[in-house]
Design a protein around this ligand. Structure first.
Ligand code: 2HA
Ligand code: ZN
Length: 270
């Protein structure tokens, strides 16, 4: 077996989590990540016949039995992942019953997966239907996105329009717009169900006064979506209270969409 800490998926995940911390988005134990791993990612690094222990889940993930995920640990800090990946991360497989995780690697201090696992796995199930190449669910607490969610109407149409109008890149990067979840208690199956429902039609869901969910076929896609939303939210916050004489107009967004051939939410424009 090769050294698992040198596996490309592991190196990239650790770099990504470290970067998220350095951006100031994942204070303390804030944020969590799950990454669907393929056989070819792990076969040289992990004996998948060896289950370290099993960990019960509070919901049914029968749809994705046998799938293997790299998942951040509950109560763990992104800040610390690079120094002790095996304690702060785990690799789990969804067991035959759909309600148990088989631990294949990690959580070395006896820990377990993030409290947001229901939201992550339900989101994976929904996004896999939308895009068979989907692999990543990323939850983080980007400062300006949260700030904007405190002062902006929670309407998905209005929220998306504001983000699109701040910078040219927005509609190009997330033409499907962002979903917005009203404030809810986190860590529950209920917030997972609502988040997954929202992610049927978009890769992004803002959790009001909490953070954001970004998804994608790889770490770069999920992160790129979130950082583009966060940049737009930062511009929104920086220009708040000023007259935005040059914000992008609906017809200009239509022009952009035409040139870039975007499959965008036409009903979000006036
Ligand atoms: O895991 O971010 O939403 C800490 C959180 C909960
Ligand atoms: Zn959170």
């Amino acid at each position: 077996m090769k050294i698992i800490l040198e596996a490309p998926f592991m190196v990239e995940a650790i770099r990504t989590l470290t970067n998220l911390y350095r951006l100031g988005w994942d204070e303390r134990n804030g944020g969590n990540l799950s990454y669907l791993l393929y056989d070819e990612d792990i076969k040289d690094y992990l004996d998948t016949d060896k289950v370290i222990r099993t960990i019960p889940m509070s919901f049914d993930a029968s749809e994705i039995v046998g799938k293997v995920f790299l998942v951040t640990g509950t109560g763990k800090y992104f800040k610390n992942v690079q120094y002790d990946p095996e304690r702060n991360l785990g690799i789990v497989r969804i067991a035959e019953d759909g309600k148990t995780c088989e631990l294949l690697w990690g959580y070395s201090d006896g820990g377990k997966f993030t409290s947001e696992l229901p939201a992550h796995l339900m989101s994976h199930m929904v996004r896999l239907k939308a895009d068979p190449e989907h692999r990543v669910v990323m939850h983080t607490h980007p400062t300006n996105t949260i700030a904007m969610s405190l002062i902006h109407p929670a309407s998905e149409r209005e929220f998306t329009r504001s983000l699109w109008k701040m910078q040219t890149e927005s509609i190009v990067v997330f033409p499907e717009g962002v979903a917005v979840l009203p404030w809810m208690v986190c860590g529950t199956n209920e917030i997972g169900e609502h988040t997954a429902k929202k992610l049927e039609n978009t890769r992004l869901c803002v959790w009001t006064t909490h953070g954001i969910y970004g998804t994608g076929k790889d770490l770069d896609e999920a992160f790129g979506l979130i950082e583009t939303v966060e940049k737009a939210a930062e511009l929104y916050m920086l220009t708040r209270g000023a007259e935005r004489v040059n914000e992008i107009k609906d017809d200009e967004l239509r022009d952009l969409a035409a040139v870039f051939g975007l499959n965008y939410r036409t009903d979000y424009l006036d």
